[in-house]
Design a protein around this ligand. Structure first.
Ligand SMILES: Cc1cc2nc3c(=O)[nH]c(=O)nc-3n(C[C@H](O)[C@H](O)[C@H](O)COP(=O)(O)OP(=O)(O)OC[C@H]3O[C@@H](n4cnc5c(N)ncnc54)[C@H](O)[C@@H]3O)c2cc1C
Length: 310
């Protein structure tokens, strides 16, 4: 059994999601290599080489991979697949973009969003918006797998893998990079934040949403939101947590004015400590909360901010 993990990065930094995918690959029980495809991304290859358990970093450093377009990347991965039994990437937007293409090119069925490795061909994955877990066995000779990053802790320690250059693929010209619009934020990224303060429809307006941001800033956390808060325009949709948003598992998740619909819980119920503030004592969020405060957010949150500022 040999596994290839696809590194996620921005040509300068390796994204933490890759560590989770590498840990899932390690649990398959065979050798693990990492593919770093990018442009002028030697620093990323160096970081990947330090992941414990990784034997070789395959470095495809070429302008064709600079913008991480899924089409040339999928061609590259499919071309390398001959030497591997399993190909893994994080189940992030980037991983979900490229891996189905790889599976199609290899004519195998992808195993998506795994949360546990039972054996090299058997995996656990959530279904029905996280309300049930399915144990699935893949009969495909090559496993194409995406990994739920919150389910695998990065292995401790440090490795010293060899870095081996690999040839790029010719750009088939199927897609073209036009522009990138990036949300700049001084706050931590939602999916890797240790603390998240998330607001829901109960916040009432985008102006009042500043309360949520203020509390997040005091705690050094990220700001999240329910879909209702996003739909109401309180906050941009990249803050959405849930089934159709981001999957998070911070040390502390504070849900403010969020009812706790199953689609929201699907994205945050694995958080280590959940605190809920809601004026309705019957709100479903209290069923998953470790600490619940039945209170009006406009009284409770300013009081909390006041205490933390003292
Ligand atoms: C296919 C599908 C996918 C979906 N994906 C997602 C997803 O990814 N993420 C997601 O979040 N939702 C998702 N939803 C929507 C989901 O079903 C809920 O509608 C949504 O999560 C509700 O958001 P909310 O809790 O903010 O709003 P509500 O359910 O309206 O809850 C607001 C809460 O605020 C409380 N409140 C009101 N005023 C105050 C106050 N002053 N003080 C304290 N508490 C107050 C109320 O008691 C209530 O519990 C999806 C739905 C579908 C059908």
């Amino acid at each position: 059994m040999r596994a290839l993990v696809i590194a996620e990065h921005d040509n300068r930094h390796l994204k933490p999601a890759t560590l989770a995918a590498a840990e899932a690959a390690r649990q398959l029980g065979g050798g693990v290599d990492i593919l770093v495809a990018g442009a002028r991304c030697a620093a990323v290859a160096e970081a990947a080489a330090a992941i414990p358990g990784v034997e070789t970093v395959l470095l495809a450093d070429d302008a064709v991979f600079e913008q991480a377009l899924a089409e040339p990347l999928a061609d590259l991965i499919a071309g390398l697949a001959g030497g591997y039994d399993a190909l893994l990437a994080a189940a992030t937007a980037a991983g979900k973009n490229v891996m189905p293409r790889v599976a199609a090119l290899l004519d195998v069925q992808q195993v998506s969003d795994i949360v546990a490795v039972v054996s090299p061909d058997t995996f656990v994955r959530p279904i029905y918006a996280g309300n049930a877990l399915a144990t699935v066995r893949s009969a495909d000779a090559k496993k194409v797998i995406t990994v739920r990053t919150t389910a695998f802790e990065a292995a401790a320690g440090s490795g010293a893998a060899a870095v081996k250059p690999v040839a790029a693929v010719a750009d088939a010209g199927l897609s073209q990079f036009l522009e990138r619009r990036v949300t700049e934020s001084v706050r931590p990224e939602l999916t890797s934040a240790r603390v998240i303060v998330a607001g829901g429809r109960g916040i009432g307006s985008d102006g009042a949403f500043a309360l949520v941001s203020q509390l997040a800033d005091i705690l050094g956390g990220a700001v999240g939101a329910s879909r209702a808060a996003v739909d109401a325009g309180f906050i941009p949709n990249d803050a959405q947590v849930g089934q159709t948003g981001k999957i998070v598992a911070p040390d502390l998740y504070i849900a403010v004015g969020i009812s706790g619909a199953i689609q929201h819980l699907a994205g945050m119920k694995d958080s280590k400590v959940i605190v809920a503030i809601n004026k309705d004592g019957e709100a479903p969020i209290f069923q998953v909360a470790d600490y619940g405060l039945v209170a009006d957010v406009f009284e409770a949150v300013p009081a909390l901010i006041d205490c933390l500022n003292r």
